[in-house]
Write a protein that binds this ligand. Sequence first.
Ligand SMILES: Cc1cc2nc3c(=O)[nH]c(=O)nc-3n(C[C@H](O)[C@H](O)[C@H](O)COP(=O)(O)O)c2cc1C
Length: 337
Amino acid sequence: MTIGQRKKDHVSLSVSGEASYSKPVGFERFDFIHNALPEINLDEIDPSAEFLGYRADVPLFISSMTGGYTEAGQVNRIIASFCQEHQIPFGVGSQRIMLEQPETTSSFSVVREKAPDAFIAANIGGCQLQEAIQRDQVNVLIDAIQANAIIVHLNVLQELMQPEGDRNFKGILQAIAALINRTELPVIVKETGAGVNGEAARKLIDAGVSVVDVAGSGGTSWAKIENRRRHLEYHPFDEWGNSTVNCIIEANQAGLAKNQIVASGGVRTAVEMGKALCLGAGFTAMAQPVIERIHHGGYEALETWYKELKHQFTVMMCLLGCRRVDDLNEGLLRNEK
Ligand SMILES: Cc1cc2nc3c(=O)[nH]c(=O)nc-3n(C[C@H](O)[C@H](O)[C@H](O)COP(=O)(O)O)c2cc1C
């Protein structure tokens, strides 16, 4: 099976809804404390937030998803046009295919054409990073999209579920440190849905990583995606992973600063974005809700969804009496357990 075909399967399984974790993200353990006297007007609220020096419309990053085949180019074109219009930072999907099949480059480079001013992150897997560094290919990834940052994704669970996946996971941290030495761009490290635990987050920051996107469990399950691709209705690793909420809390306990933590993995609503920020993340990210809107209704569906999300995020800030995103803090939450 070609990489392109595999990626198509990933998208169709993810939009089918069959590939989500059954276990919760963890947000239900916390509730906001309603403020009956917020002493603020809705139109005073500023929901914008900063991400690595870029002023974003709301604290939301569109997570890395796709590239490398014709339809992926179309999806990237929609994401890029949307992000240019609404000032939302985003990442392209894994650029590994571009290194193996340079003719697929245009499905990635289209994002810079459509989003000349956006914050765009390149993407490569931890398993492929070592080879990309040895072959001096890092700049190929960056230059294709004139990237503002590089994302390295960690996906040990997914690789191990894939019969054709990688089996060698030694030396990834060292390769990340080598990447940091070679580039002036900020390096972001993310999981893909099984979560970065506190200890791993600490090691990454100590190695010089700028931001850790925890990408925890509760949203897209890569074990389920890979196992359903093989027509397995159940697999013992389907629910494997650290919940996003536990990852945020652990990253905090490991001493990461707010602006070093992105919360993703099953974040689906404005209220969940708010809870993630109060628990200690500086920014949030989503993948599946974006691809699902695009799949079912293209740019318009994505924009309609986003406008409602932004409105609800602003309403939530009003209910909490918060004028700025920086005002969201742990004291606004009640632990229900
Ligand atoms: C269709 C699809 C393709 C993805 N491809 C990539 C990828 O190429 N690189 C990457 O870092 N993450 C990839 N991811 C993982 C997401 O970036 C994200 O970490 C994960 O889906 C959890 O977020 P969610 O629960 O909001 O979907 C992909 C996710 C989806 C749904």
